[in-house]
Write a protein that binds this ligand. Structure first.
Ligand code: ADP
Ligand code: ADP
Length: 251
């Protein structure tokens, strides 16, 4: 039973509904960012999306969060078509599928403390009680290795290193109890010395929380270390997919 089932998915940019191009049946000016992808994610696995810049990796990742609407095809999460979700169920999906990006500085509001930033993910999902939030924030910060926690709660992003900021971003992502985490180049802006530590942390979180990962990268060495399966993307398509050892065994 797959946790996510992507079927014949295409995401095209550039054609607006009612545009002249559509009227005259031309697709000139359309970018087929994702072009007919089939991919199922099994619960608890790490699937790498690798490929050169512009091959559609980020678009596919964003589509999983409902942030890049399907032009054709569908994405099912636990048997539910994302396109059919609305209102309360769509908000619930925002807890179940989370995403982290490459630049932790851009992801964090400079005016929010660590406690506010991580707790905000709960507040937007309706947890009113500050003390309940604090308990969960402390647990999340411990899980991402920001301890002693009291040292970090009142800090602002400017007080933190890049690796610490990415840990805060991960804490904010896991605090809603997601089952899928889409990580788009999560280590590529970090210092070399902390990259392996963040990847190892992500593996620990997977172990502890039973996460399923989509790991987007152009760094083959990290994909080889981190992924169970790898999908190689080119021009919006998956051109090769298989277990990591098979992908790397090819002559
Ligand atoms: P990757 O993550 O592999 O670098 P992207 O998904 O970012 O690839 O981009 C795939 C293609 O879609 C590229 O040609 C890119 O220019 C285009 N694209 C991505 N986002 C948009 C957008 N919001 N509007 C128009 N074109 C986009
Ligand atoms: P290369 O193959 O480029 O010489 P490595 O194989 O040492 O480099 O590592 C490449 C990347 O893979 C590292 O930057 C790190 O992100 C990841 N990596 C490799 N080994 C580990 C490890 N034991 N724990 C966590 N990450 C690792």
């Amino acid at each position: 039973e797959p946790i996510v089932d992507i079927r014949d998915l295409s995401v095209h940019y550039g054609l607006r509904g009612g545009s002249l191009a559509r009227l005259i049946g031309s697709d000139a000016g359309t970018v087929k960012a994702v072009d007919g992808i089939n991919l199922t994610l099994r619960r608890g696995e790490v699937v790498g999306l690798v490929g050169e810049s512009g091959s559609g990796k980020s678009t596919l990742g964003r589509a999983l969060l409902g942030l890049a609407p399907a032009t054709e095809g569908s994405i099912e999460f636990e048997g539910q078509d994302l396109a059919d979700l609305s209102g309360r169920r769509l908000r619930a999906l925002r807890r179940d599928i989370q995403m982290v990006f490459q630049d932790p500085s851009a992801a964090l509001n400079p005016a929010m403390t660590v406690e506010e930033a991580v707790g905000d993910a709960l507040r937007v999902h309706g947890m009113r009680s500050a003390s309940e939030r604090r308990t969960k924030v402390i647990d999340a910060l411990e899980r991402v290795g920001l301890s002693p926690v009291e040292l970090f709660l009142e800090k602002y992003p400017r007080d933190l290193s890049g690796g610490q900021k990415q840990r805060v971003v991960l804490a904010r992502a896991i605090i809603t109890g997601p089952s899928v985490l889409v990580a788009d180049e999560p280590i590529s802006m970090l210092d070399m010395s902390v990259r392996a530590k963040i990847l190892q942390l992500m593996l620990d979180l997977k172990q502890d929380l039973g996460l399923t990962y989509v790991y987007i990268t152009h760094d083959l060495a990290s994909a080889k270390f981190f992924c169970d399966r790898i999908a190689i993307m080119y021009l919006g398509r998956v051109v090769e997919i298989g277990p990591t050892e098979e992908i790397f065994a090819n002559p």
